[in-house]
Design a protein around this ligand. Structure first.
Ligand code: ZN
Length: 242
């Protein structure tokens, strides 16, 4: 079964639409969303409309939680805080009820998925080094866990001796005796210095994973952020993928 794994749309409608178009070629059996549908971008309602139409499975991200008052805004930087307050005012009531209804962690076939970390997912920790990764590896039972949150794609492998390493190829077949944490990057605000939207395709039969990059109309998304009165830095960073 081929799955599309999508994360961190961040209300960027142009990036989201470009990814959905690219997905038509991939024909996955289902689409799994790892949260942060809103926050930073100018089209939260439009992205929620689309997502609710397209998602087979979806979990909550920290910006989604922030927009419905479930997380302390002091945990966010100033630009993020401004964007979350704006988002909270803009998002329609029924979309807020949908965000509220989302689980924080999920499991399907041979994979677990969540926004931040599989250990204490509601704490919104980041996996920044192998120590963080090892903590996470102890907390899920499947061979694989997909995460988002850092907006930076990465594959971390724990082999049978318990040692963690980073896999550098983003087109990779999983080793059945190892366990993996795969970050699929971000659709709406990539931060790995590649401005193209990122998402993953995983085949649970062949165990093949690949990361795809999709160009989109950055000018349009960026101009909308400025016209909405959101912090200009959120518009500029899209061009640099940071
Ligand atoms: Zn995010």
């Amino acid at each position: 079964m081929r799955w599309a794994i999508l994360s961190d749309i961040h209300a960027n409608l142009e990036a989201f639409e470009a990814v959905l178009e690219d997905l038509e070629k991939e024909e996955p059996i289902g689409k799994v969303f790892l949260g942060d549908i809103v926050g930073y971008g100018a089209n939260p309602n439009e992205c929620l409309d689309l997502l609710r139409n397209k998602a087979d499975l979806c979990v909550k991200g920290n910006h989604d939680a922030g927009a419905i008052g479930l997380t302390d805004l002091n945990d966010f930087n100033d630009d993020a805080k401004t964007a979350i307050s704006w988002t909270s005012k803009m998002v329609q009531k029924e979309h807020k009820a949908f965000l509220m209804s989302l689980p924080i962690i999920g499991r399907k076939e041979d994979f677990t998925f969540c926004h931040a970390t599989p250990h204490e997912p509601e704490m919104w920790y980041y996996i920044l080094n192998f120590r963080d990764a090892i903590k996470s590896f102890h907390s899920f039972k499947t061979p694989l866990c997909f995460v988002g949150h850092s907006h930076t794609p990465s594959i971390i492998e724990r082999n049978e001796t318990g040692e963690a390493t980073q896999i550098l190829s983003m087109d990779f077949t999983l080793n059945p005796s190892s366990q993996y944490i795969i970050n699929v990057g971000s659709i709406g605000q990539p931060r790995d210095r590649n401005p193209k939207a990122a998402y993953g395709i995983y085949d649970s039969e062949t165990k093949a994973f690949k990361l795809k990059r999709v160009p989109y109309l950055i000018d349009t998304a960026s101009d909308k952020i400025k016209s909405a009165g959101l912090p200009p830095s959120l518009a500029i960073r899209l061009y640099f993928g940071e």
